[in-house]
Write a protein that binds this ligand. Structure first.
Ligand code: TRP
Ligand code: SF4
Length: 332
């Protein structure tokens, strides 16, 4: 077995959508045959934005494992674990917190954008500005080669690489420098630059066929088109964006027909709904099969977390050893 490790994760704050799939799930699940993969459900990181809704996490975690399974996670090959069940992550976070300056954290564009969105610039928590340090620990505890993530995570991967290099320079070589593997950015159904669960513009992996169809039929098309025979401009149509991602082979032809005014938007969108529903049929079938196994989610998380703790303990021992904090004298 190839010992190259892949690590990635998600905050359990709600249902996963096609944006997650295109950005990261697709890449990570394709890596399962070749590499040893760890998928983390980052419940502690979810607290940095959802501290008042900690009680909802249990349901979100279970939902997330089912979303993973539906999208292609294979529990025979890979491990899925819960961040809060692996205490070594918190320990490594404490160590790393002394290797990153506050100005460096405050420059992080993803953190800045999230702070703005939540209107929290003036009263942001220590945990929130610091979450990329904790994410560096999430990543480096597993000493992975690859970290498949959405493009918005790039600043966090860069920080993890810096922390790894700084640790190695300060204390000795422990961490390989990880590489981000970036998926595509999917626009929202409203044409906004990003599909996001908080924007109300997402197609969820668990959406029914009828719900996908309704969301597609609501998409904004070229606003200057009044009649089906008016020439259209696919470049300003959010439905067309989905063709380029999910119907690549036919996208050029759709664009040509649109520009000629040879197809109406209703017909065009109905065809797109079929494309998306066909694409999602395997997700639905897998979800249905896995939902019938009541203990599956529990077993996956218990087994995965045990495996993650073993891997984590190994790294933590190397870390403390390199730092001169192995404390052999305590052992008699
Ligand atoms: N920040 C990631 C997100 O919002 C979640 C995450 C937590 C993560 N820890 C990670 C991603 C480690 C990759 C590696 O989706
Ligand atoms: Fe968009 Fe299709 Fe309408 Fe053109 S015909 S504007 S691609 S929905």
């Amino acid at each position: 077995m190839n010992r190259t490790i892949v690590l990635t994760g998600d905050r359990p704050t709600g249902k996963m959508h096609l944006g997650h799939y295109v950005g990261s799930l697709k890449n990570r699940f394709e890596m399962q045959d070749e590499f040893q993969c760890f998928f983390m459900i980052a419940d502690y990181q979810a607290l940095t934005t959802h501290q008042n809704r900690a009680g909802d996490l249990a349901a979100h975690v279970q939902e997330m494992v089912l979303d993973y399974l539906a999208a292609g996670f294979d529990p025979q090959k890979s491990a899925c674990f819960l961040q809060s069940q692996v205490p070594q992550l918190a320990e490594l976070t404490v160590i790393f917190s002394n290797l990153v300056t506050l100005p460096r954290l405050l420059r992080n564009p993803t953190v800045k954008e999230e702070m703005e969105k939540m209107g929290l610039e003036k009263r942001t928590t220590y945990g929130f500005v610091g979450y990329p340090v904790s994410q560096a620990a999430d990543i480096l505890l597993f000493r992975p080669q690859y970290v498949p993530v959405g493009p918005d995570q790039r600043p966090h991967i860069e920080l993890a690489r810096e922390v790894a290099a700084r640790f190695n320079r300060t204390y000795g070589d422990v961490f390989p420098i990880p590489h981000g593997v970036y998926g595509a950015l999917l626009k929202g159904t409203d044409g906004q630059s990003k599909m996001g669960k908080s924007y109300g513009n997402a197609i969820d992996l668990s959406d029914s066929e009828a719900s996908v169809r309704a969301k597609v039929m609501n998409m904004v098309t070229d606003p200057r088109r009044v009649r089906a025979t008016d020439p259209g401009n696919p470049d300003v149509c959010s439905a067309f964006h989905y063709r380029t991602v999910f119907d690549e082979a036919r996208a050029d032809q759709v664009a040509r027909t649109c520009r000629k005014g040879a197809v109406g938007c209703t017909t065009c969108k109905a065809a797109l709904a079929d494309v998306l529903n066909d694409f999602m049929t395997p997700f639905r079938n897998r979800r249905k099969a896995f939902e019938k196994q009541p203990d599956l989610v529990r077993d996956i998380l218990n087994l995965g977390s045990a495996k993650a703790r073993i891997e984590g303990q190994r790294t933590l021992e190397k870390v403390k050893e390199a730092m001169g904090m192995g404390y052999k004298f305590l052992m008699g």
